[in-house]
Ligand binder design. Structure first.
Ligand SMILES: Cc1cc2nc3c(=O)[nH]c(=O)nc-3n(C[C@H](O)[C@H](O)[C@H](O)COP(=O)(O)O)c2cc1C
Length: 221
């Protein structure tokens, strides 16, 4: 069985989304130690932003009239799609940047959508557990000044669940900037609690994902 993990934080050190996803991955692998983990790290290996226009326009161009750039972009999209299509469980870890989706993650999703297997209406993740781990510097709970300002989570879940059909769980870690931003100093005790709760949630979700993958295997056997 295969777990696919995507990271998109621009930090390779001190990244909360990566740490929480690590906790989830450990909990998953505790149950499924022999599973393969396929990783894509969009910080280390970003999808070139200029590949997407070529991949998208290739879809409207007869194959024999495609440019070399369009052909290369279609092949890249297919390789990205292979990684996810072959997975039994999926983890997408990301920060909230500028109240929206990380551009690296947006490009990755846009590229996948150009592959016929991930086009709207195909549900390639149907029946598979998918977890979004999102880290946010501020707080976005109901009643806070920034409630409704997280424009990333809703869209990513829309794509993973409603477009691609995954069985999606969201693990959230917020107030991550409280540690370093002086204006948030009074929120530090709360931030510590929130971080611990995120790791706890990730551990439970990792175990649940492993169980769900095992159940799917039993149904097939
Ligand atoms: C360029 C940039 C933009 C950010 N924009 C936001 C934002 O709009 N809202 C927010 O709550 N936090 C924002 N943050 C803070 C990150 O969401 C926070 O540090 C998060 O923990 C980053 O994920 P990571 O810990 O996995 O690197 C931003 C951070 C950076 C570097």
């Amino acid at each position: 069985m295969t777990l696919f993990r995507l990271d998109s934080s621009i930090r390779t050190e001190g990244s909360v989304s990566r740490e929480v996803a690590d906790t989830l991955e450990r909990a998953y692998l505790d149950q499924h130690p022999t599973d393969t983990v396929v990783r894509r790290d969009l910080r280390i290996d970003p999808v070139p932003a200029d590949a997407w226009p070529d991949a998208a326009l290739a879809g409207f161009t007869p194959e024999d009239q495609r440019t070399d750039a369009q052909r290369a972009a279609v092949e890249l999209a297919a390789r990205l799609a292979d990684e996810v299509a072959g997975a039994d469980a999926v983890v997408v870890a990301t920060p909230l940047y500028n109240f929206g989706v990380s551009q690296h993650l947006k490009t990755w999703i846009d590229m996948l959508v150009t592959d016929p297997r991930f086009a709207p209406g195909t549900s390639p993740l149907a029946g598979r557990p998918v977890t979004l781990v999102i880290a946010r510097g501020g707080g976005y709970g109901e009643g806070t000044p920034r409630a409704g300002w997280d424009h990333a989570t809703g869209w990513i879940v829309r794509m993973l669940a409603d477009v691609w059909g995954g069985d999606v769980t969201v693990v959230e870690a917020e107030l991550t900037l409280a540690e370093t931003v002086p204006a948030m100093a009074e929120l530090r005790p709360l931030a510590i609690q929130v971080r611990a709760a995120a790791h706890e949630h990730a551990e439970t979700v990792g175990r649940d994902m492993a169980r769900s993958v095992a159940e799917a295997l039993t149904r097939v056997a």
